[in-house]
Design a protein around this ligand. Structure first.
Ligand code: AP5
Length: 239
């Protein structure tokens, strides 16, 4: 597989083809992935969106995937690795891609690094760091358009007309797993299974950048991500 490089982020050249957005539930991965995708014109690959789509279309009927997601636990590595690899091998991913919510376990991280290294793809992992209390407020306030998947928040990004999508007028919904009891389970799963992936990246000397995503609005966090990638690109690689 051949990857084209460099691409332009906020007008500046960057020399990575894979951006991995890492962070707890509600840290803003989906929000930032949409901004990065618009800017770089590469696919946004969200394992959560892919799994929800499979449930919606009945592809997971009779399997344990829907039940697992409703409890806030993680879906099996085999299922998720398979879905991601299918997407990564599509022609549109040759230009590069944004990963959102993957990898989330050590087994997934190992598989992804093998896949990237076998193809000589350069990745950067962006860790969106957010305080626990901010996360709870964000997730309980999240609303989603079921048609175009635009994200809202009743506190920080309300729609113009209460309860309706600005883009297509569709009635906004609350995600099944955004109930407070399930949110706690998701945060638990993050602490036990996903947080150790950060150390794994560090130990292997992979490019890992932490960005403060707690206090500022999405556009400010986005600029911070762009600057961090560009600065890291220059300092590490001398382009
Ligand atoms: P998934 O859909 O990936 O959910 P998640 O990781 O829990 O993350 P969220 O989508 O809840 O949050 P986010 O970080 O994207 O934040 P967002 O931008 O939406 O996974 C769901 C389930 O699928 C998992 O529990 C698991 O069962 C399964 N799954 C998925 N991937 C898997 C994998 N790899 N392995 C195994 N199982 C897997 O923002 C949240 C809210 O905050 C929004 O309302 C937004 O408007 C607002 N907001 C965002 N940024 C800001 C900001 N800077 N300031 C103020 N508000 C903000």
């Amino acid at each position: 597989m051949r990857f084209s490089a460099p691409r332009r982020l906020c007008g500046e050249k960057i020399f990575v083809n894979a951006i991995v957005l890492f962070g707890s539930p509600g840290s803003g991965k989906g929000t930032q992935a949409k901004l990065l995708t618009d800017c770089l014109s590469v696919p946004h690959i969200s394992t959560g969106d892919m799994l929800r789509e499979r449930i919606r279309t009945g592809a997971e009927a009779g399997t344990s995937v829907a039940a697992t997601m409703q409890t806030g636990a993680l879906v099996s590595d085999d299922v998720v690795n398979g879905l991601v690899e299918q997407r990564l091998t599509r022609p549109e991913a040759r230009k590069g891609f944004i990963l959102d919510g993957y990898p989330r376990t050590l087994a997934q991280a190992t598989r992804l690094l093998e896949w990237l290294d076998e193809r000589g793809v350069r990745e950067v992992v962006i860790h969106l760091a957010v305080d626990y209390n901010v996360i709870i407020a964000r997730l309980t306030g999240r609303r989603v358009c079921p048609r175009c998947e635009t994200l809202y928040n009743i506190a920080s990004r309300p729609p113009k007309v209460d309860g309706l999508c600005d883009r297509d007028g569709e009635k906004l919904v609350i995600r099944d797993d955004d109930r407070e009891s399930v949110i706690r389970e998701r945060l638990d799963a993050y602490d036990r299974q996903t947080r150790p992936v950060l150390e794994y990246y560090q130990q292997r000397g992979r490019r890992l950048i932490q960005v403060d995503a707690s206090k500022d609005p999405p556009n400010v966090v986005f600029r911070r991500i762009c600057q961090a990638i560009q600065t890291d690109d220059c300092s590490k690689n001398g382009f």
